[in-house]
Write a protein that binds this ligand. Structure first.
Ligand SMILES: [Zn+2]
Ligand SMILES: [Zn+2]
Length: 262
């Protein structure tokens, strides 16, 4: 079976997170060259005030001429430890988002405790999967190395320290809610958390797969030259022999699909 060539996590220049190379028409051109068949633009929505900025993304998608399926998504972030996402049915309808991906982006600890860090991440992973407005849990266990360095905390392989019960619980909730657990190119390339980090990350995805989890692929790139890193996600999927039914895709029609007749 060939691995579906999807990328459902891509940023643009508009929300000031990705650089100026991330223009929608150039992203789509690069994805065409990489043989991607479905992609989603998923820029950040970290607070309610930024929602309207996403209209320009929808406008650009509407102007595209491409044979590949392009979706209009959004990436959500928790507004605080006990916070919610800056998202609801009204915003989804008004802006026209086709689906949302989301997850935790902070550690939420004042002092070092690996166990606490892992538990907080896990609690937010479960909460994200249980949210009916979120289709994909982004980059589980991607952690910001700079926070550890700044605080002089020990940097160890946290994937290696994950309790099996957490992995099992996440796989079950993914399976039950059909929420895609993201295989994220950034996390595959994460450096500093031990030289065998990648091997353990691969094993972690394999354990989730064995428990029946559903996966989504995301480059999560913020600059055009690294769009190609999505290949790492496909390579891992092949290595783990993931089946097509285990790979998440949107259940709606793309915003722009096969409109360009050659
Ligand atoms: Zn993110
Ligand atoms: Zn992202």
């Amino acid at each position: 079976m060939s691995t579906p060539r999807y990328d459902f996590h891509i940023h643009t220049e508009y929300l000031k997170c990705a650089d100026e190379t991330m223009k929608i028409k150039d992203i789509v051109k690069s994805c065409e060259a990489l043989g991607i068949t479905k992609l989603a633009i998923t820029d950040h929505l970290n607070n309610f005030e930024k929602a309207d900025k996403h209209f320009q993304i929808a406008e650009d998608i509407a102007k595209l001429e491409t044979n590949i399926d392009v979706y209009f998504g959004v990436e959500l972030n928790y507004m605080g430890y006990d916070g919610q996402f800056a998202y609801n049915e009204e915003i989804k309808e008004r802006i026209g988002f086709q689906f949302a991906i989301g997850g935790i982006h902070s550690l939420y600890v004042d002092e070092y405790s690996l166990e606490k860090i892992i538990d907080i991440q896990h609690m937010h992973h479960i909460k994200t999967c249980e949210n009916p407005l979120v289709s994909v849990l982004v980059h589980p266990y991607w952690l910001s190395l700079s926070v550890f360095v700044k605080n002089n905390w020990p940097v160890v392989n946290h994937i290696k320290a994950l309790p099996k019960s957490h992995i099992k619980e996440l796989a079950q909730v993914s399976r039950d809610t059909h929420t895609g657990i993201e295989i994220n190119a950034h996390t595959l390339l994460l450096e500093g958390f031990g030289e065998d980090f990648q091997r353990y990350y691969e094993e972690y995805i394999g354990m989730l797969a064995a428990e029946g989890a559903v996966f989504s692929f995301g480059s999560d790139t913020h600059t055009i030259n690294t769009l190609k890193d999505i290949e790492l996600c496909f390579d891992l999927s092949k290595k783990l022999k993931l089946e097509e039914k285990q790979i998440w895709k949107p259940d709606c029609e793309p915003m722009k699909s096969q409109t360009f007749i050659q």
